[in-house]
Design a protein around this ligand. Structure first.
Ligand code: ATP
Ligand code: MG
Length: 555
């Protein structure tokens, strides 16, 4: 998998033309998250696009924190965002904060007032909304719209000095209250918030609004192509209006593309915050979350996430991507490189009655069936083993090629065994299988009596490591948890999205395995160690099953 061979898209074509026409000497982009939550895989699309363009065109991409709402933002989120961008494999040319520009933005606002293009409004918020009109009716002018420049300058200065309470005054751009585009009906550009800011402390009690801040920050940084999602298409005339009417240091161009949407999850920080704050998940990095930190903890690789985004591509068409595409991306990435190992998730004891009590043998096995460079390891075997409960049936149907009373199966890498007796608990459940092994079937040889088709995995009881496995599934039971507005989206959470198995048996080699390694547990899936692991008690997260099993599970 090669995530550096980026496919072209309509935005790259625009940039190619701009370069050919000599419009820019250097391409400058930015990734502008608001630090009010952790990044999700939707952000990975914007990161891949912005940082990927800067890399491929020899340009720059700034990581800019859009920190204009001090009420919701936090340094924890800033740090998490930096970590996630780095983990995805990108390094920013510069790090910036919209708050770095508060002085400059204030001067831009004053410039608008001086040009007669902004005014301080005393209408309360609900009236501003009412005066704004609707899609079919024009808005009407605020009584304050025709105040003199001098009055506006004095009032704005008063706002800055803290002479008014939150909501008592706002600064509005003076554009057109009858514009068919509601964004141009005198949008608010500054509001009052008596709230300390994580970076500027109590210096400001007025904060610039998103549209004003965003485009002008782009202009200050010399961004050439400001790439954002489609919901900002209607804001583009306003974006341009600010740049055209202010002595902006450069003329960035906004281009919109469609958001990434995935089924069976939600992808807005607001909703993800609700899941975290109501403890419906274990935190932002819960491996079921669509966050970058959740995917990382679960065991997804940066390459798989970037490859997934490049498969989805950049267009203007809104659509929903199937979770299977993401899962396939990580399978494709891991299959050629994940070492194999044996782990029994639901152990059932097997005693090989004809195997000597005090003997142990070691089988040398390849870590990967197709890649010798991943080396070999030894797997030990002695009289008592574990197999998975799912590989045994008391009353198996004809097509069941695993173990049953009187049946034979091959132990992977070892030999064929035959089940001769079943020991049960008081409820009648099988707890131990007494088997005999066929010594002549080592090295893949078949017994003379007939071929044994089934092969199962197993772990040697004598040196097995006991630990925990966490099996993850879709976080929601329905494709679109937001579709039915009559119920809370949290009503659709999947109760079985996390299944914890405590008494799993891992082959001994896993005791010393590096926590960075992702394994394929043979016949079970891909697994990655969770930070909850301790030395004697590993915890493995299932990244993904070997094949798609959602269709069967959901029946
Ligand atoms: P959210 O609704 O989750 O808070 P947002 O768009 O408000 O998302 P920001 O932190 O403002 O989040 O986003 C930073 C950048 O990431 C923006 O340029 C935004 O367009 C982009 N982005 C956010 N979500 C997606 C998505 N699902 N697909 C593609 N880009 C996205
Ligand atoms: Mg947002």
């Amino acid at each position: 998998m090669n995530d550096t061979s980026t496919p072209s898209n309509f935005i790259r074509q625009i940039i190619d033309e701009d370069m050919e026409n000599g419009k820019h000497e250097e391409i400058i982009t930015r990734f502008p998250p608001e630090p009010n939550g952790y990044l999700h895989i939707g952000h990975a699309k914007s990161i891949w696009l912005n940082f990927g363009i800067a890399r491929d065109y020899g340009g720059k991409c700034t990581l800019r924190f859009d920190d204009t709402n001090p009420v919701k933002e936090d340094i924890e989120f800033v740090e998490a965002i930096e970590e996630d961008v780095r983990w995805l494999g990108y390094e920013w040319s510069d790090i910036a904060h919209a708050s770095d520009y508060f002085d400059q933005l204030y001067r831009f606002a004053v410039e608008l007032i001086e040009k007669g293009l902004a005014y301080v409004d005393s209408l309360p918020a609900d009236q501003i909304r009412e005066y704004r009109g609707t899609l079919t009716e024009p808005g009407k002018n605020s009584p304050d719209r025709d105040q003199t420049v001098a009055d506006n300058l004095a009032l704005f200065e008063g706002m800055r000095k803290g002479e008014y309470a939150d909501g008592e005054r706002v600064l509005r751009a003076k554009i057109d209250m009858a514009s068919p585009n509601i964004n141009l009906r005198d949008p608010v550009i500054y509001r009052i918030r008596h709230h300390d800011h994580q970076r500027t402390g109590n210096k400001w009690c007025i904060y610039p609004m998103y549209d004003f801040t965003h485009g002008l920050s782009d202009a200050i940084e010399g961004v050439t192509h400001s790439l954002c999602t489609l919901e900002f298409e209607d804001h583009r005339p306003l974006y341009n209006w600010f740049i055209d009417n202010i002595s902006a240091p450069s003329q960035p161009r906004q281009i919109e593309f469609s958001r990434l949407n995935l089924n069976y999850t939600v992808m807005s920080k607001r909703l993800l915050t609700q899941l975290v704050e109501s403890n419906l998940v274990g935190g932002w990095d819960d491996p079921r979350m669509p966050t970058i930190s959740g995917l990382r903890r679960r065991g997804f690789t940066p390459a798989s996430v970037n490859h997934f985004i490049s498969q989805v591509g950049i267009t203007k068409k809104a659509n929903v991507i199937d979770m299977l595409v993401l899962e396939n991306a990580v399978r494709e990435d891991l299959d050629p490189k994940a070492p194999r190992a044996m782990a029994v998730l639901k152990p059932l004891k097997v005693i090989l009655e004809n195997y000597p009590e005090d003997e142990t043998e070691a089988f040398t096995v390849s870590n990967h069936p197709k890649d010798e460079s991943l080396g070999k390891r030894t797997v030990s075997l002695s009289r008592t083993l574990y197999i998975d409960q799912d590989d045994f049936m008391e009353d198996p149907p004809a097509k069941f090629f695993r173990l049953g009373p009187g049946r034979r199966v091959r132990l992977r890498n070892a030999f064929v065994i035959e089940c001769s007796e079943i020991e049960r608990d008081q409820e009648g459940n099988a707890i131990t299988l007494r088997c005999k092994y066929l010594p002549e079937t080592r090295n893949g040889k078949q017994p003379e009596e007939g071929k044994v088709k089934g092969i199962i995995h197993w772990v040697n009881a004598a040196d097995a490591v006991t630990g925990e496995v966490r099996l993850y599934d879709r976080l929601f039971q329905v494709e679109n948890p937001l579709e039915d507005k009559s119920v809370a989206f949290t009503d659709h959470l999947n109760d079985e999205s996390l299944i914890t198995l405590k008494n799993c048996k891992f082959e001994a080699s896993l005791a010393e395995a590096s926590p960075d390694l992702r394994f394929q547990f043979e016949r079970v899936g891909y697994f990655y160690q969770d930070p909850d692991s301790s030395v004697n008690q590993p915890v493995f997260n299932r990244i993904v099953t070997l094949r798609d099993s959602w269709a069967n599970n959901s029946k």
